[in-house]
Design a binder for this molecule. Structure first.
Ligand SMILES: Cc1cc2c3c(c1C)C(C)(C)C[C@@H](C(=O)Cc1ccccc1)N3c1c([nH]c(=O)[nH]c1=O)N2C[C@H](O)[C@H](O)[C@H](O)COP(=O)(O)O
Ligand SMILES: [K+]
Ligand SMILES: [Mn+2]
Length: 500
């Protein structure tokens, strides 16, 4: 059978990066103890090629190679988002707006359920019982402050509701605990936590599968806060216009993408917990006093592709060069927030979480002409947006919303910060929310002055009062807006003659 396209097959995705000259094949031996992660972290920060480590110290029996920065920005400044948009089958010059449009393109369409196939590449090798020793796998230590080796940072956590047909796909971290056990973060209001709570009520351990090196478009849906009850694999089918091909797990009734690189399967204990973390977080901090007791994953089988399976990893940190916790979590939450606001009849054109704000802020771009028709004002409009976004799961990670006009490009932080700095009057233009669920990982919540789990959220109005009812009363003083077309054309035509 011919190899599927890059958005449906991880190995084809890797080959596509190589053909884009956006992959570094590293054959020198590299140590999974910090060295692999340090290279990957620097690759994000320099926006270099994605590192594919072929020679990991301690790898054996085809487990495993490691791919870093699969969701980082591309190494070609002309196409910064090419690596991202390759996940969803868009052309290399597609924009972040195109990416968000694509991920929302299946909204309102019926899901296309996956098909079950007999077998697939992920079934080529199988480990059970005594053959399993997670401590012998070269699981990487990602940050010097981490509390364990995080084998799971880019795989899809697959769990099914105990009584409903809902199968949830998400990304939730997990570290090696011992020979056959991991421990992983299962945190409300995430769907994995809601489903886990149902299993606790049922009195039975929760079956799980983690599919690493899964189809890239499925990784995107797994990182997207789709509504409760939506089975991500069906949404992906609708996105692609064709069903995903899944195979049954060896030790439970869950199904995983047939072409996955590595599948870890078993049950999550509803009684046993262990210390999880610290973990280098998405905001760029690893707090040394992080004391989480999280559920234990009991591993019953590992299956994997031949030809040296590839483990994808994410090394979260400062977004000086954004990593997957910014380019996926931020961008995909932006998509769902845009959907929420548009569904509620608000004149919102786009939403985006600037990487410079560690995706803690989101710019909401408003169609000002449509805004006039609402005959509203900053207080009423901003409160309405805050009530919607801050009381929904898709808004969980956002602590500041910036309401900007359509003269501002939400994907251009210089535009966004210009309007915030110049049009949002301190003390009058910000509307605070102290009774909404907070994102506890934000440092000023986890280690800040106030309550940890609620509040600390704000909507910043970056529109002047008259923009709510009429044309802007100013000329923007930049080359684009400050000069008539004829002058701009003349200047551009003569620019090189001027020797500038
Ligand atoms: C792309 C990515 C995403 C996450 C995470 C990481 C990466 C690379 C890693 C593993 C690198 C880091 C880790 C985090 O530490 C970041 C984090 C984010 C959100 C909540 C807690 C932690 N994480 C993660 C995450 N969700 C979590 O429930 N524990 C997690 O462990 N997420 C976010 C999560 O996938 C999204 O919120 C999805 O919408 C959840 O799916 P649904 O519940 O909506 O079906
Ligand atoms: K999801
Ligand atoms: Mn979900």
């Amino acid at each position: 059978t011919s190899t599927p396209p890059p958005h449906l097959d991880f190995r084809a995705f890797v080959d596509a990066l190589r053909s884009d000259d956006d992959l570094a094949d590293i054959n020198a031996e590299v140590d999974p103890n910090l060295e692999v992660a340090a290279v990957t972290r620097r690759a994000y920060e320099l926006q270099s090629k994605a590192p594919l480590f072929h020679n990991i110290k301690g790898a054996h029996d085809g487990l495993f190679r490691i791919l870093g920065a699969s969701g980082g920005l591309s190494s070609d400044p002309q196409f910064p988002y090419r690596r991202l948009v390759r996940h969803v089958g868009l052309s290399p010059n597609a924009s972040l707006g195109d990416f968000i449009d694509k991920m929302l393109s299946a909204k309102g369409k019926p899901g296309i359920p996956p098909v079950h196939v007999e077998t697939g590449p992920c079934k080529e090798n199988k480990l059970f019982g005594n053959d399993i020793d997670l401590t012998k796998l070269p699981a990487p230590l990602l940050n010097k402050a981490d509390g364990g080796n995080y084998i799971q940072t880019m795989g899809i956590n697959i769990v099914q509701h105990p009584t409903k047909a809902w199968v949830n796909w998400s990304i939730a971290r997990a570290m090696v605990l011992d020979k056959t056990r991991m421990v992983g973060l299962i945190m409300k209001p995430q769907h994995i936590a809601r489903i886990y709570a149902q299993w606790m009520e049922s009195g039975k351990d929760m079956p799980f599968a983690i599919a690493l090196g899964a189809p890239p478009i499925a990784v995107m849906a797994s990182s997207m806060p789709l509504p409760e009850g939506v089975t991500e694999s069906e949404y992906v089918g609708a996105l692609c216009g064709e069903p995903l091909e899944l195979v049954k797990c060896e030790t439970n009734d869950l199904y995983v993408p047939a072409r996955s690189e590595i599948v870890i399967e078993g049950t999550v204990s509803i009684t046993e917990r262990a210390k999880e973390g610290p973990f280098g977080e998405m905001h760029g901090y690893s707090f040394l006093d992080e004391e989480l007791m999280e559920p234990i994953y009991n591993v019953a089988a590992i299956t994997y592709r031949s030809g040296n399976a590839i483990l994808p990893i994410s090394v979260p940190g400062r977004a000086t060069g954004p990593d997957e916790t910014h380019t996926l979590i931020g961008t995909l939450a932006s998509a769902e927030i845009r959907q929420l606001l548009q569904e509620n009849g608000l004149p919102v054109l786009n939403v985006f979480t600037p990487y410079e704000t560690q995706v803690i802020w989101a710019a909401v771009q408003v169609d000002r002409k449509k805004l006039w028709e609402l005959e509203t004002n900053a207080e009423e409009f901003c409160r309405k947006i805050g009530q919607l976004v801050f009381r929904r799961k898709c808004g969980m990670q956002i602590h500041r919303l910036l309401i900007v006009g359509d003269d501002i490009d939400p994907f251009n932080f210089k535009d966004v910060i210009w309007s915030y700095a110049s049009r949002c009057r301190p003390g009058m233009d910000e509307y605070h929310f102290e009774d909404v669920a907070a994102y506890p990982l934000v440092p000023y919540m986890s280690h800040g002055p106030g309550a940890k789990l609620t509040g600390g959220k704000v909507v910043a109005n970056c529109l002047l009062p008259h923009e709510y009812k009429q044309e802007q009363m100013w000329v923007t003083c930049d080359f684009e807006n400050g000069y008539p077309e004829e002058i701009k054309e003349r200047v551009l035509r003569r620019w090189s003659d001027f020797g500038l």
